[in-house]
Design a protein around this ligand. Structure first.
Ligand SMILES: Nc1ncnc2c1ncn2[C@@H]1O[C@H](COP(=O)(O)OP(=O)(O)OP(=O)(O)O)[C@@H](O)[C@H]1O
Ligand code: SF4
Ligand SMILES: [Mg+2]
Length: 349
């Protein structure tokens, strides 16, 4: 068995606009997912999370284009196999994707059973219609969806039910890797909790072997992910375990995202999300140097020195990394000083 169920190296993908400009939304991403793990991807709106998610499927439609890099799924480099093989033998079975806002994109004029049959006809033409529906019934029951949902139209379902239906449809074939793009963002708090617990249950029961969970709310990942990567302007800027990234963020961007208000007694209660002033750079023309420079409270001349800031590993067995010209120790010293002076942590200007 490969060490990683999903092993991505140097992935670059971009949009080509009608005006023939390129938007470099995924710009050199390395990502590793182990079987049995949930990897959270967090970052502000427009940083490239959804583009990364679609890019990981290895299936590109204009305006999105593949630039370079490898996507190795359970030992197979999916960029080296023909599209038709990828579509038939990998998508939905080995890797599945729940697109952002999928529940609102369902065709309202088709019954849920029709979606089930359409999906399974593609991958399991050997099954009879009844067998296909039975496969769906099993998933629906697992996700606490009543059987009547099968004969309902999407418009007849509540938001929470619609999202669970989308999850059931995406996992009909028990994919090894499930990518869920903001699966709970459009839901109320109680439906959010249900959807998250259902996804975790699917992992626990082995319906899905590993998962990538995308959100713009970093603290949400505390209850979902084992590991976290933080994305900024098309690049990953920090990686660590969930505990490390949420409670001990090192990169100034992550530190700013988690900007703590009061010294926390019991963790998250005192952590409040702070908006980071300013905006990320235009991904058509990213400036040289650190991409967070214009918004970073610790920016110095050296942050613009290199064309691109590389990653630096640190932590136990070098298991963590950040993308900053300053060392972990230097950043910690600045954070400590700030806390002593103001009683808070910052990260942004
Ligand atoms: N079809 C497209 N054509 C051109 N540019 C696009 C297209 N779709 C997205 N982009 C651009 O690519 C960048 C990354 O967008 P993406 O949707 O991946 O971000 P995101 O992190 O998922 O944001 P959000 O949190 O809002 O979902 C943005 O600059 C966006 O404007
Ligand atoms: S490289 Fe400089 S600007 Fe970028 S995060 Fe580090 S300190 Fe801030
Ligand atoms: Mg998105």
């Amino acid at each position: 068995m490969a060490e990683y169920i999903l092993d991505v190296k140097g992935l670059k993908t971009f949009y080509r606009t009608r005006l023939k400009e390129n938007v470099y939304a995924v710009d050199g991403v390395d990502l590793h997912l182990k079987e049995g793990r949930v990897l959270g991807i967090a970052g502000e709106s427009g940083c490239g999370k959804s583009t990364l998610a679609t890019s990981l499927m290895g299936f590109y439609f204009p305006p999105l284009h593949y630039g370079s890099g490898q996507i190795v799924l359970d030992g197979t480099d999916i960029m080296s196999i023909p599209y038709e093989t990828l579509r038939k033998n990998f998508l939905g079975t080995e890797i599945a994707y729940i697109p952002q806002a999928a529940m609102n994109a369902l065709n309202q004029t088709r019954k849920v059973s029709k979606f089930v049959v359409d999906i399974l006809k593609e991958h399991r033409p050997d099954l009879s219609k009844e067998q296909m529906l039975n496969l769906a019934r099993e998933k629906f029951e697992f996700l606490n969806l009543p059987e009547r949902v099968l004969s309902a139209y999407p418009s007849e379902l509540s938001g929470g039910m619609k999202q669970r239906t989308v999850i059931a449809l995406s996992t009909l074939l028990n994919p090894k890797v499930l990518i869920a793009d903001e699966p709970s963002s459009a839901l109320d708090v109680s439906s959010q909790k249900i959807v998250i617990s259902m996804l975790k249950k699917m992992m626990k029961e082995g319906y899905v072997k590993s998962m990538i969970f995308i959100t713009h709310e970093l603290p949400l990942l505390r209850h979902v992910a084992d590991d976290i990567v933080v994305m900024y302007a098309g690049e990953l800027v920090e990686e660590g375990t969930t505990e490390q990234v949420i409670f001990d963020p090192i990169h100034p961007y992550t530190h700013a995202l988690m900007g703590s208000i009061i010294v926390p007694e019991d963790g998250m209660k005192a952590h409040k999300l702070t908006a980071i002033p300013g905006a990320p750079p235009n991904l058509k023309r990213v400036p040289p140097g650190c991409r967070f420079r214009d918004r970073c409270a610790y920016a110095r001349e050296e942050c613009a020195r290199d064309a691109r800031v590389g990653i630096t590993r640190f932590g136990p067995e070098n298991s963590r990394y950040h993308r900053c010209v300053f060392s972990e120790e230097q950043l910690r010293a600045w954070y400590g000083e700030e806390k002593r002076r103001f009683g808070i942590g910052g990260g942004a200007k």
